[in-house]
Design a protein around this ligand. Structure first.
Ligand code: MG
Length: 373
């Protein structure tokens, strides 16, 4: 790892862990966070959770796991180029989607609706709940006992009422300050990853076409460059050469804009970064290009009628599971029955949110179809 800039998070300036632990012998504090995340159960579940396409729709589509690995790759590249802490960026990236429900955003919206009277459900807060409470692997504490900076990075956004409950971790949403540079990097790495891999997966699925993409300027421009470089190129090669150029230009733009903001604000510590306006950003032109791409994906892919059909089924599965467990908490597995005695709705939300796509479908069959156990 190149030498860290003074504004980077480091083992020297970390706010530490809730339960104090001796420093690791051969690793840094944020490496230890990353390692704990990779070994936790919620991380393995990401393999079978929807990003856009439900896991059984095809073997080659992104899942939450491959998405998180792509985010980590992009975040680490950006962090290294800025002399920020790569290990922290990687830890946050790998943990950022741990709290996602089965069936992607459809699942989260459905669970949030079910939980309306019981404090709601938000995947970002659920990621935090997993690393702070739900993972039970260590003798001395619940959760993974991650550093403040990793937990701060996981909590991307938070409503004021919730922020007040969260104490020191929620404070920045009340003060309107930022998180570390590494957390800011992860936010945008997430966006770069999904915008580009959704173009790739959308084309692979046949739900969007190359013709439609011509209306997206950043895509059309790079596709023309690829065709100019390789006469007669087509199919997967054309798509990949175009998408990799889009990723590259987005990262390059982000680095140039971020460097210029760092230069003008001259942060000397992570706290200076927290007090400054957002430092990790695209140029205005690239922000507009990203908005156009997002707008296209929203109408052409995320609201495609075939995606809507899956979304609709997902909503039904989640609603029916939730209602069945609310009426009959004795249908829950034993450890969730214990949790349900303290807070029934929250225990059910934790159980459902932890399910993979196929586990949720199986559990639905087990509860509702006669002859299925
Ligand atoms: Mg994500």
């Amino acid at each position: 790892m190149p030498e860290l800039a003074p504004y980077a998070a480091s083992d020297r300036n970390t706010r530490g862990r809730r339960h104090p632990e001796a420093p690791p012998a051969e690793r840094g504090e944020f490496q230890r966070d990353r390692d704990r995340i990779v070994h936790c159960t919620a991380f393995r579940r990401l393999e079978y959770k929807t990003q856009v396409f439900v896991n059984h729709e095809g073997d080659l589509f992104r899942t939450r796991l491959t998405h998180s690995i792509e985010v980590a790759q992009i975040a680490r590249s950006i962090a290294r180029a800025l002399h920020a802490n790569e290990d922290l960026a990687e830890a946050v990236a790998l943990a950022h989607d741990l709290g996602h429900t089965p069936f992607g955003h459809a699942g989260q919206d459905a669970l949030n609706e079910c939980m309306r009277e019981y404090g709601g459900f938000e995947h970002n807060l659920q990621s935090l709940r997993i690393v702070e409470q739900l993972e039970q692997r260590y003798g001395a504490f619940d959760g993974l006992n991650l550093t403040f900076e990793t937990r701060e990075g996981i909590l991307k956004h938070c409503a004021p009422a919730k922020a007040r409950e969260l104490g020191e971790l929620g404070q920045r949403f009340l003060d309107r300050t930022q998180a570390t540079l590494e957390a800011q990097i992860c936010n945008l790495a997430d966006e770069i990853a999904y915008n580009n891999h959704d173009v790739d997966d959308g084309l692979r699925s046949g739900l969007i076409t190359l013709e439609q993409l011509q209306e997206v300027p950043i895509y059309a421009r790079h596709e023309a460059l690829v065709r100019g470089t390789y006469a007669g190129i087509s199919g997967r090669r054309l798509i990949h050469e175009t998408v990799r150029r889009m990723i590259n230009v987005q990262i390059t733009d982000l680095l140039a804009e971020t460097r210029s903001r760092i230069e003008s604000h001259a942060p000397q510590t992570p706290d200076d970064v927290r007090r400054a306006p957002p430092l990790v950003a695209y140029s205005d032109e690239m922000s507009e290009a990203q908005r156009e791409l997002k707008r296209f994906l929203r109408t052409a892919l995320y609201r495609h009628y075939q995606v809507n059909r899956m979304t609709n089924k997902a909503r039904r599965i989640i609603q029916e599971l939730f209602a069945a467990f609310m009426q009959g908490p004795e249908l829950l597995p034993p450890q969730f029955q214990d949790m349900a005695r303290a807070d029934k709705a929250r225990a059910i939300a934790d159980y459902i949110a932890g399910m993979t796509d196929r586990y949720a479908m199986r559990e639905h069959r087990r509860l509702f179809s006669v002859g299925e156990f």
